[in-house]
Ligand binder design. Structure first.
Ligand code: AHR
Length: 514
């Protein structure tokens, strides 16, 4: 039995949780849109073709903001193709995903879907094969009330009121050699600054995210962010980061350790952003939008190997089936984000439906929750309020970090605490504890000293674990994996004691005692 201590105090906060931390991503990729969120003719589809079964799961997941339309896709996308009468929209080759894009779903359908799902839209503009003027045109189309050619075009397309999109991303992964827009930091930074400037001239209420590093393993990590911010600091509020974690070597301790890599990545990029500001004698603090994150390796291939014969519409691509250990890792990353709540104010799990996603569907059939659905839904529902500083005392281990492409070790984490934890002081006096026991073999007793709270009582205590860490939910076994009640939680005066099974993710929600 392993022992761990956690110390926290209601007065020592990191920051208030921004609801945008619980975002996701919908890309025109595989069956993400077509037969994901949108499937006219499906038994649950509404009159617009939106799957109601998927909408219900999206609401249950607790998603707050959704990035659209890519990803790689956006880097060759013409937004004009996706608006106006559907029968007049062009059918285009979507190069990177080797698919045929019918454009029957576009910006206006996305906004309509967001309103139904109760989520905020986050739009990405194409700064790869298109440029600042096209980006400003899209802001005009979406956000100007009327009286200009493009805003009146939107109205003619049936959307009288402006969409009022607040969050805009200036391209994506422009540092990635696999992207259509891969370029130098100087070139991208210059274009991003120009685009940001004129987009804001169109609508000065928008928020802008510049593309930061696409992972901690990227050779230009840090220098990319520094150069890009050198150009764009005055024009953006956010820097967008991406990372996909992997278990190529079937090394679960390393998979569970990987959230610590995210901590280091976030802290490194924040240090660079603050250094750029300091050099400019600017007090500006750039926030992190962790715009793409997840586990992704089983279906990860060099893009040319993803090609299917011909140019199919919505081929089944990147349909990763997630296991229990993947869900534990997702819980760990959510802890990493919460523990940086002062600077990480937005994040998008990539993606939302079918494509490396928490929700799976069968075309014409049911929709179901993947294992990674649960930690996300729990944290979105219960982790609301102020994140507290936690001091964790427990033993640690060393783990390798594997390159997402080459199945090689690219770094080491020398000291990974067996317990990864976060604590949230909820509005109204409650406390939510999130705990990942990364010991695969031993149970862990955790004794929490919680100062500054009144008398607390357990409102909800759940655990996600399984004797088979490879267990997954599939169409044949929709609920094979789900959280169970965590027994043995004992609450005393200023203390909470938890017994965590090996390799487990636990959520303990405490309310003010009557
Ligand atoms: O989410 C899948 C792909 O991963 C996205 O298109 C791209 O941005 C990233 O490389």
């Amino acid at each position: 039995m392993r022992q761990a201590r956690v110390f926290l105090d209601r007065n020592f906060t990191i920051g208030r949780i921004d609801p945008r931390l619980f975002g996701a991503f919908i890309e025109h990729l595989g069956r993400g849109v077509y037969s994901g969120i949108y499937e006219p003719g499906h038994p649950t589809a509404d009159e617009k073709g939106f799957r109601r079964d998927v909408l219900d799961l999206v609401r249950e997941l607790g998603v707050t903001i959704v990035k659209y339309p890519g990803g790689n896709f956006v880097s060759t996308y013409n937004w004009e193709d996706g608006v106006g009468p559907v029968e007049e929209r062009p059918r285009r080759l979507s190069y990177v995903w080797a698919s045929l894009e019918p454009n029957t779903f576009g910006t206006n359908e996305f906004i309509a879907w967001c309103r139904l799902a109760g989520v905020e839209p986050m739009l990405v503009v194409n700064l790869a094969t298109r440029g600042p003027q096209d980006a400003a045109n899209l802001v005009e189309y979406c956000n100007v009330p009327g009286g200009t050619t493009l805003s009146d075009l939107r109205r003619a397309h049936g959307f009288d009121k402006p969409h009022g999109v607040k969050f805009w991303c200036l391209g994506g992964e422009m540092d990635g050699v696999w992207h259509a827009g891969a370029t130098t930091a100087d070139e991208y930074g210059r274009i991003a600054a120009q685009a940001g400037k004129i987009m804001r001239w169109v609508d000065d209420s928008i928020e802008l995210a510049v593309s930061g590093s696409s992972g901690p393993y990227i050779p230009t990590l840090g220098s990319w962010d520094e150069t890009v911010l050198h150009h764009a600091l005055d024009h953006v509020e956010w820097i967008a980061l991406h990372t996909y974690l992997n278990n190529w070597k079937d090394d679960p301790p390393a998979l569970l350790a990987a959230a610590d890599l995210i901590d280091a990545f976030i802290e490194g990029v924040i240090a660079v952003a603050d250094a750029v500001a300091a050099k400019r004698r600017s007090s500006k603090r750039i926030m992190v939008s962790f715009n793409e994150w997840n586990v992704w390796y089983r279906t990860r291939r060099p893009y040319e190997h993803l090609r299917m014969p011909g140019w199919p519409v919505a081929p089944p691509l990147l349909e990763e089936v997630y296991s229990v250990e993947d869900a534990l890792m997702v819980g760990g990353v959510l802890i990493s984000f919460l523990n940086h709540a002062d600077r990480v104010r937005s994040a998008c799990l990539a993606e939302l439906v079918n494509v490396i996603a928490p929700i799976s569907t069968e075309t014409g059939g049911p929709a179901w929750r993947q294992t990674i659905f649960y930690p996300f839904a729990q944290v979105s529902r219960l982790a609301r309020g102020d994140v507290l500083r936690v001091r964790v005392e427990c033993e640690s281990y060393a783990a390798a970090c594997y390159n997402p492409y080459r199945r090689e070790t690219f770094d080491q984490l020398p000291s990974v605490a067996y317990l990864k934890a976060s604590a949230v002081a909820n509005e109204g006096g409650g406390l939510t504890l999130l705990a990942l026991n990364r010991d695969l073999d031993q149970e862990m007793t955790v004794l929490v000293s919680a100062r500054g709270f009144g008398r607390l009582a357990v409102a909800e205590a759940t655990v996600l674990t399984d004797s088979d860490l490879k267990a997954a939910n599939t169409k044949a076994a929709l609920m094979r994996v789900k959280p169970a009640r965590l027994s043995g939680v004992a609450v005393g005066a200023g203390t909470v004691r938890m017994e965590l099974p090996p390799a487990s993710w636990s959520v303990v929600h405490l309310r003010v005692a009557a």
